[in-house]
Design a protein around this ligand. Structure first.
Ligand code: FES
Ligand code: FE
Length: 449
């Protein structure tokens, strides 16, 4: 057998057929050519999540964030406008931000001292008249991301001047984000700093897991059920919906069997939290779906995910209760990603309750979290295998076929109240195939996947 390593174009050409067959080439999880194309084609084209407005609550607040590997300053300017500015001095390209966050009226470059207002406007430079007298200052402000939009306090940006509006980009996923983040949006806020840590795995592995890899929970995370960290029985938890939105975005919902079920509702949030949820903010069918939902996990293509789940970091001390976190799978190389994890809570809760939510996330989904320890080891080995000579020369294809016609028990739900293509139960890998359809389209400038 002659070893065969397809080039990038051959690899991409093979993707639509492979997806129809429920196959994904292992190589995409550790390959320099694929990775470079992702940075230059995909991350410059998509809408990317940067942070939550509560992180920049006051004029002058800023945080340093990334689109692909490129640094951007997310700042609330002195007039209160949220801006996303390329963190690069217009003189020689030096990075301006030396801190991950802060509050400032101006950004001054450490090299020659060019100075910009927090709106991005170029203000001045040392010995301006002698050095630059006559220069048109209006042409030398910091470069803004072409598009910035907010959705229920979540800040997204796109580097593509031709990008569709965020709502169009989200497609059917917008209906579900309204349901998840629109219940009490003005009270939502980030607790503490986002956790950040680096692992030797490809960014897509995290994104596709949160798109709805519920199947792994009953096996890899079995110990969490054994210690009582989760109330919902493991296999019961697979009863729910997989929702495929506009190619790339996916949502997975574990559902209570009916509205009278005594188990967790509204993702296990306590009654005083639920009392603040406002049904008038959404359609009745959205509110009813939220009420019956026990777990929600999903991915907005390419690398933003979220998790709403009732659980406990220490069930001997406190019973499972609702928690929420936001995720970014930050690319840092073909086989390296930085995980970002934000803990969300509500402003109206006491400091003790907010702290409890924070500790629950810390003990489960964080660098020190038990779920995280379980997940990241196999994720790292996927990248190792993807880069192996044997896998590359055999063009190893991996199985993503659960839920294809004739495989497994998942079926399309015809009378679902929300948009998108919906399957029941969650024994289904169409959410991952949907993610890779979005990936193929972004990598091929809208190719038909
Ligand atoms: Fe920024 Fe020169 S590189 S002032
Ligand atoms: Fe997991």
């Amino acid at each position: 057998m002659i070893p065969y390593t397809p080039n990038l174009d051959q690899l991409l050409e093979s993707i639509p057929r492979a997806l129809d067959d429920g196959l994904i080439p292992a190589r995409i999880f550790n390959d320099p050519d694929v990775y470079r194309a992702e940075l230059e084609r995909l991350f410059t084209r998509c809408w990317v999540f940067l942070g939550h407005v509560s992180e920049i609550a006051s004029p002058g607040d800023y945080v340093l964030r990334y689109i692909g590997e490129d640094p951007f300053i997310l700042v609330r300017d002195e007039y209160g406008t949220v801006r996303v500015l390329f963190d690069a001095c217009r003189h020689r390209g030096t990075q301006l931000c030396r801190a991950e966050k802060g509050n400032t009226s101006h950004f001054r470059c450490p090299y020659h001292g060019w100075t910009y207002r927090n709106t991005g406007e170029f203000i001045s430079a040392p010995a301006f008249r002698a050095a630059y007298g006559g220069l048109d200052k209006t042409q030398w402000g910091l470069l803004p991301a072409p598009h910035v939009e907010l959705l229920h306090g979540l800040v997204f940006a796109s580097l593509d001047p031709e990008a569709p509006p965020l709502e169009a980009y989200l497609g059917d996923m917008a209906w579900y984000l309204d349901m998840l983040f629109g219940l009490d949006p003005d009270s939502l806020e980030v607790v503490g700093e986002p956790h950040r840590w680096v692992i030797d795995a490809n960014w897509k592995t995290g994104a596709e897991n949160f798109a709805g890899d519920d199947y792994h929970t009953v096996f890899l995370h079995k110990s969490m059920w054994d210690v009582g960290a989760i109330q919902i029985p493991a296999f019961e938890n697979l009863k729910g919906y997989h929702i495929h939105a506009h190619p790339g975005h996916s949502l997975s919902l574990s559902m209570a069997p009916n509205e009278d079920d005594p188990g967790p509702k509204f993702w296990g949030f306590d009654d005083d939290v639920v009392a603040h949820f406002d049904p008038s903010r959404m359609k009745p069918e959205q509110f009813r779906l939220a009420r019956r939902s026990r777990v929600a996990v999903g991915t907005v293509f390419p690398n933003f995910s979220f998790l709403f789940v009732p659980q406990s970091a220490d069930p001997k001390v406190s019973p499972p209760t609702g928690m929420m976190c936001l995720r970014v799978w930050q690319p840092r190389g073909p086989r390296r990603m930085e995980l970002w994890n934000w803990v969300l809570s509500w402003k109206h809760l006491s400091p003790e309750r907010r702290h409890h939510m924070y500790r629950t996330v810390m003990g489960t989904f964080s660098p020190s979290g038990i779920f995280e320890q379980d997940d990241t080891e196999p994720w790292q080995s996927i990248a190792r295998i993807a880069g192996s000579a044997f896998a590359r020369t055999r063009d190893l294809r991996l199985h993503y076929g659960m839920g294809l016609p004739g495989i497994g028990s998942a079926r399309v739900v015809e009378d679902f109240p929300g948009p998108g293509t919906v399957f029941w139960p969650r024994y289904e890998e169409g959410v991952q195939r949907n993610f890779y359809r979005g990936w193929f389209q972004a990598m091929t400038n809208g190719g038909d996947g």
